[in-house]
Write a protein that binds this ligand. Structure first.
Ligand code: HPA
Ligand code: ZN
Length: 340
C-alpha cells in the first residue's frame, strides 16, 4: 500500500475533539430551519458556505452559535449525530468522544433531556448496527459564568444513570481569551469528585499559561488544541513526561488563522518531540473536512511518514477514555496494517 491516502483511510482511528454542533452541514441547517420555522440570515446553502471565511475563533463562534439555533427537538439532535456518525464510519473512525454544548440549547428553551436523548439515540444505534464506540463529553461555555456551568452540571446529573457509559466527562470550550481555566476550577473539582473525566480547550488562541491552568487548576486529562504550549519549553517537557494528550485540529487551526499555512503547523514538531499528539476535526462542517481530510492535509503539508501516521492513529486510542481491553483490538489492527 504505497498511496498515503489509502493508508490513512484504512487506519482505524478515534475522534476525540469533535463538537457535534460543528458537524451541522449547511444543507441540514437549511432543512431544519425550514422545518422549525426559523429564519436564517442567508439566502442559500452557497451563501452560508461563502460566509465561512473566518478571521479568528470569535468570528467562527458567532456563526456556529447562530447555526446551532436551528436545532430544536430530540429528532434534530438525533439526525445531526447520525449524519456525523455516517461520515465517521466511512472514514474508518471506530471510536468518538463527542463534545456537545448544552448551554447553547437550553438558553433557547430546548430541554436538556432532548439534547441528551437525541445524541445518545444515534450513538446507541451506531453501536448496535456498526459496533461503533461512542461517548459524550458535556462542554461548559467559558464565556459564561462558573455559576452557569454549575447549574448546567446540576441539571445534567439526574440524566446520568440513563446515559451511564455514554456521558463520561466534561470539557471547556468557546471564546478562550479572557476566560482562563481558573475561572472554572470549582465546577471541574465537582465533576472530578463525581467521577467524570475532564478535558479542556487551552492554548488554541490563549497563551501557554492557559495550558498550565488547565493542568493545574482543572486537572485536565487531555488538552484540546494546546498548540501554543510550544512557546513554553518547560511546559513542553512536562507534557512529554506526563504524556498528557493534545487533541490537535489542523484544518481548524488553518481556518481560524491560528496558523497561516499548514506547512507552518507545529503538530509534526510536537509529535517528533515525544508529545502524545492526536489529529481531530473540531467543527468539520465549518472547517472544510472530516477526520481523514485532516490526516491527508497534515500528511501532505508536513511530509508525515507512514510510521508517523500510524503513531497518530495509535495515540488517538491511547488518549481515549476506553479501557485497555477495548483499545487492544484497534491497536493490533493498526500494527498489522503498519507492518505490511
Ligand atoms: N474552540 C473553542 N470553542 C469551540 C471550538 C474551538 O475550536 N469549536 C467549537 N467551540
Ligand atoms: Zn474545539
Amino acid at each position: 500500500m504505497t498511496d498515503p491516502r489509502e493508508f490513512i483511510h484504512r487506519l482505524p482511528k478515534a475522534e476525540l475533539h469533535l463538537h457535534i454542533e460543528g458537524s451541522l452541514e449547511p444543507e441540514m441547517m437549511f432543512a431544519l430551519a425550514r422545518k422549525n420555522g426559523i429564519a436564517l440570515p442567508y439566502a442559500s446553502v452557497e451563501a452560508v458556505r461563502a460566509a465561512y471565511d473566518f478571521s479568528d475563533l470569535q468570528s467562527f463562534l458567532d456563526l456556529y452559535y447562530a447555526g446551532a439555533a436551528v436545532l430544536r427537538t430530540e429528532r434534530d439532535f438525533y439526525e445531526l449525530t447520525a449524519a456525523y456518525l455516517r461520515r465517521a464510519i466511512a472514514d474508518e473512525v471506530r471510536h468518538a468522544e463527542l463534545f456537545f454544548d448544552p448551554q447553547t440549547h437550553t438558553a433557547r428553551g430546548v430541554p436538556l433531556a432532548a439534547v441528551f436523548a437525541g445524541i445518545a439515540g444515534a450513538l446507541r444505534q451506531a453501536r448496535a448496527e456498526h459496533g461503533f464506540s461512542g461517548r459524550m463529553i458535556l462542554c461548559f461555555l467559558r464565556h459564561l459564568s462558573e455559576a452557569e456551568a454549575f447549574a448546567t452540571l446540576d441539571a445534567a446529573l439526574p440524566l446520568r444513570a440513563e446515559y451511564a457509559g455514554l456521558w463520561i466527562g466534561v470539557g471547556l470550550d468557546s471564546g478562550e481569551l479572557g476566560n482562563p481555566p481558573e475561572k472554572f476550577a470549582g465546577v471541574f473539582a465537582r465533576a472530578r469528585d463525581l467521577g467524570l473525566r475532564v478535558v479542556a480547550h487551552a492554548g488554541e488562541e490563549g497563551p501557554p499559561a492557559y495550558v498550565r491552568g488547565a493542568l493545574d487548576a482543572l486537572e485536565a486529562e487531555r488538552i484540546d488544541h494546546g498548540v501554543r504550549a510550544e512557546e513554553d519549553p518547560a511546559l513542553l517537557r512536562r507534557l512529554v513526561e506526563t504524556q498528557t494528550p493534545l487533541t490537535v485540529c489542523p484544518l481548524s487551526n488553518l481556518k481560524l488563522r491560528v496558523v497561516k499555512d499548514l506547512r507552518e503547523h507545529n503538530l509534526a514538531r510536537l509529535l517528533r518531540a515525544g508529545l502524545c499528539v492526536t489529529l481531530n476535526s473540531d467543527d468539520p462542517a465549518y472547517f472544510g473536512g472530516y477526520l481523514n481530510a485532516n490526516f491527508i492535509a497534515a500528511a501532505e503539508a508536513l511530509a508525515l511518514s507512514r510510521d508517523e501516521l500510524a503513531a497518530l492513529a495509535r495515540n488517538s486510542f491511547r488518549a481515549s477514555f476506553v479501557s485497555e481491553a477495548e483499545r487492544r483490538p484497534w491497536l493490533d489492527e493498526i500494527d498489522a496494517l503498519a507492518a505490511r
